[in-house]
Ligand binder design. Structure first.
Ligand SMILES: CC(C)(COP(=O)(O)OP(=O)(O)OC[C@H]1O[C@@H](n2cnc3c(N)ncnc32)[C@H](O)[C@@H]1OP(=O)(O)O)[C@@H](O)C(=O)NCCC(=O)NCCS
Length: 180
């Protein structure tokens, strides 16, 4: 493989699942391991085809280099990136930026085609993961809050980061309108 060849991003297909899960096993051991192998297939299969959830892969020639998993929060205009990961040996080479940037463009287009608006995309990344935080900041995500103890175990602090796609405001009185 020539490292100068172009990196492309596209929606994942069923034939990508083995490679995606292998990449996951190398970088997200809590989620992808021999115990969860069968569930990993079920998880990804549910996100392909006609699903509102989307998985994108970065690839060069025939080799998958990373993946990103998106989903709408219910039917709201707020969406979530569950995970983005680059195969260990290819980290730090600018591929994460390409994958995140290009997959966001494709995801927003996909959602609009499906009739869903995109106000914001958010994610959480561990406070002890500078690579994640730097990548997301670089592409316009800002910290909006923190969640404690919720993932992996007590002591974990997740930074909630959001990228906003429009300037809409929260309407006052949404839940306590005078109904008389
Ligand atoms: C986080 C991750 C997706 C970044 O992808 P990548 O291809 O390695 O990142 P890139 O080479 O595109 O770098 C993008 C930016 O991220 C930051 N970055 C990347 N690696 C870094 C590191 N080891 N330490 C600190 N910042 C880092 C830098 O700001 C970099 O921009 P710069 O090179 O202009 O300074 C990748 O390292 C990864 O898969 N890590 C393991 C899984 C993970 O942590 N996922 C994210 C949390 S869910």
């Amino acid at each position: 493989m020539n490292n100068m060849d172009k990196i492309n991003v596209r929606e994942a297909e069923e034939c990508d699942l083995e490679q995606i899960i292998t990449i996951g096993e190398g970088i997200f051991p809590y989620e992808y391991n021999p115990k969860t192998k069968e569930q990993s297939h079920i998880f990804f299969k549910g996100k392909l085809g006609k699903s509102l959830d989307k998985v994108y892969v970065a690839y060069r020639n025939d080799e998958l280099l990373g993946f990103a998993i998106y989903s709408p929060e219910g039917l709201t205009a707020t969406h979530k990136i569950f995970q983005i990961g680059i195969k260990k040996e290819f980290q730090g080479q600018g591929i994460g930026v390409i994958l995140l940037k290009e997959s966001m463009v494709q995801y927003v287009q996909n959602m609009k085609k499906l009739g869903l608006d995109v106000y914001a995309i958010y994610l959480t990344t561990s406070s002890d993961n500078p690579a994640g935080q730097n990548l997301y900041r670089k592409l316009g995500f800002v910290e909006v809050g923190r969640m404690n103890d919720t993932f992996i175990g007590k002591g974990n602090v997740e930074i909630v980061m959001t990228k906003f796609f429009d300037e809409r405001k929260y309407p006052t009185g949404l839940w306590n309108e005078d109904k008389k």
